[in-house]
Design a protein around this ligand. Structure first.
Ligand code: PEP
Ligand code: MG
Length: 562
């Protein structure tokens, strides 16, 4: 966990997790608080109940209309979140549950709260993506309750001057409605770099730091600097600190803009820089970046909305689009990572108390290997006649036997087999597992989740799932070393590969490729190009003797200046 630090010059530095790069200075604002109605014990008189139900419907309509208007003014992920929340406000199930309560004498605001909690409990039980919707649900509830009580709509204020927004965590609807001309920086005491807020802030280009310790005590009106690149918030910075931080950021952005690949350190040691994609459109977009190929094609994301299993021919058409984007480049296709936060309707998922520890990834083959066999057939069809044979890897491998049988299936079809290392057991057995396959790719998102026993979706636990956690870095180092001993490539394709400072450390461990969102590729490639392999190795050794993420970042930064 990070700690705040009083500097000599009167400024205070609060540390967090970098979420969206960029450096901005300004005054802090905070969201308008949410109102909580007094819930009395007196039931409503019979005669008032119909009118209360009507008032609730009107309040829900007003809130939905406002959200729809904001959705119309937004675009991309922001527009989607706002439209989904507008639909939630007038959802028949939710309104019906509240109306039932009103019919038994519960006042409208209390009924809205109780009905929401019934749905929240259900969504939480379902887990994964449904559980993530609970924040949206409660946000809609708060807007409806404020409307019923005639209170101001909770959420983001409209500052007179561009300002920095501080919050514990933002409701997706609040983040989606942000105006980047007015809210120029974001700092949150909770939240993870892969959460909703960070994703939308990234889309809006608002520098953002999450999981900032000590932020809740910082009042509105404080002058501050938000450094979304290094993951820090400086309170009361002096002019020189602001100028230095802004200049450093400008140098690194200019360096990234000029970098055109291929990936290598300053002394010419190759480290491939690749892109993560989820479909053909993403792969075509990646060709506009300096990415040399695709390091992770998340095939399950093509089918999240599908009721039934796509045919081999249809799958082949989709996969072909991705391979066609890089006809001469490397493409790593991952077999379906169904389950947990990405359930697929055409894969039978047992009811599980802990889906992240359940039947997901390669484990779906325990019940029925048909889905994976047909997917491999589809990839093999797509690969026919190509100069470059696609690499195919399985998610969630945890035993040598799984790696061995997967490799046999993949080789039978003339493809190149590999595995993802994202379960600590696999990292610990990396050498034995790698002996069975031709390559490995480390999924640091899940590796951090399972090593730290901390849900990667939990905003409260973002500090634990930080890839700079020394325990996670040790497993990464161990896996890379196993790859070097066997002369087999080991890449990283989790969010860690998008962190320019960590890129050098990973290269120093012996990682042979880094695969990240296409938007992060330039910064990662440019950072690698600015440092020698010798320095990468020194930084790698230095982080391994640290005891927490902050010390690990500092140790790396002392050797690899960004
Ligand atoms: C990972 O776990 O790091 C990874 C790349 O897989 P996903 O994020 O799709 O689970
Ligand atoms: Mg994973």
């Amino acid at each position: 966990m990070t700690r705040s630090l009083q500097e000599n010059d009167g400024s205070t530095v609060l540390h967090g997790t970098p979420a969206v790069p960029g450096v901005v200075a300004g005054l802090a604002v905070r969201p308008t608080p949410r109102v909580r109605p007094e819930i009395g014990s007196e039931p409503l008189a019979e005669s008032e109940r119909a009118a209360q139900a009507e008032t609730l419907r009107q309040a829900a309509d007003t809130v939905a209309e406002r959200l729809r208007l904001r959705a119309g003014a937004a675009s991309g992920a922001a527009a989607e979140v706002l439209s989904a929340n507008a639909a939630m406000a007038t959802d028949r199930g939710w309104l019906g549950a509240a109306e039932k309560l009103i019919a038994t004498g519960t006042p409208a605001a209390a009924a809205a709260i109780t009905a929401t909690e019934q749905f929240a409990a259900l969504f939480t039980k379902l887990g994964g993506l449904m559980a993530e919707r609970v924040t949206d649900l409660r946000d809609v509830r708060d807007r409806v309750v404020a409307e019923l009580l005639g209170a101001p709509e909770p959420g983001i204020p409209t500052p007179a001057e561009p300002a920095i927004l501080l919050a514990t965590d933002l409701a997706p609807a609040d983040t989606a409605g942000l105006d980047p001309k007015l809210i120029v920086g974001l700092a949150m005491s909770l939240g993870g770099p892969t959460g909703h807020t960070a994703i939308i802030a990234r889309q809006l280009g608002i520098p953002c730091v999450v999981a900032v310790e000590g932020l809740d005590e910082v009042p509105a009106g404080t002058d501050m600097l938000v450094d979304g690149t290094q993951g820090r918030v400086i309170l009361h910075p002096d002019a020189e600190q602001v100028a230095t931080a802004v200049a450093e950021y400008q140098v690194s952005t200019a360096r990234a803009a000029q970098w055109s690949g291929p990936g290598a350190t300053a002394d010419g040691q190759r480290v491939e820089v690749l892109a993560n994609v989820q479909d053909g459109a993403g792969a075509r977009a990646a060709t506009g970046s300096p990415a040399e190929g695709i390091g992770l094609f998340r095939t399950e994301l093509c089918f999240l909305d599908r009721e039934s299993e796509p045919s081999v021919t249809e799958q082949a058409q989709l996969y072909r689009q991705v391979l066609d984007a890089y006809p001469d480049g490397k493409v790593v296709v991952r077999t379906l990572d169904a389950g947990s936060d990405k359930p697929l309707r055409f894969v039978t998922h047992p009811a599980e108390a802990n889906p992240a520890l359940g039947v997901r990834g390669i484990r779906i083959t325990v019940r029925d290997s048909g889905i994976m066999d047909r997917q491999l057939d589809a990839i093999a069809v797509t690969a026919q006649g190509r100069d470059r044979i696609p690499w195919v890897m399985a998610p969630m491998i945890s035993t040598v036997a799984e790696a061995k049988s997967f490799a046999a299936e993949v080789r039978d079809r003339g493809l190149i087999p590999g595995v993802m290392i994202e379960v600590p057991a696999a990292a610990l057995l990396a050498e034995a597992i790698l002996a069975e396959v031709d390559f490995a790719s480390i999924g640091t998102n899940d590796l951090a989740q399972y090593t730290m026993a901390a849900d990667r979706m939990s905003p409260q636990l973002a500090g634990f799932t930080d890839p700079w956690q020394p325990a996670v870095l040790r497993l990464v180092a161990q896996t890379a070393a196993a790859g070097q001993r066997l002369g087999k490539p080991v890449g990283v394709c989790g969010e860690a590969a998008a962190d320019p400072l960590l890129a050098g450390v990973l290269a120093g461990f012996g990682i042979t490729s880094l695969s990240a969102a296409a938007s992060a590729v330039s910064a990662v490639g440019a950072a690698l190009a600015a440092v020698t392999m010798d320095d990468c190795r020194r930084a790698a050794a230095a982080v391994l003797s640290t005891a927490d993420p902050r010390a690990a970042r500092a140790a790396a930064a002392a050797i690899i200046p960004l």
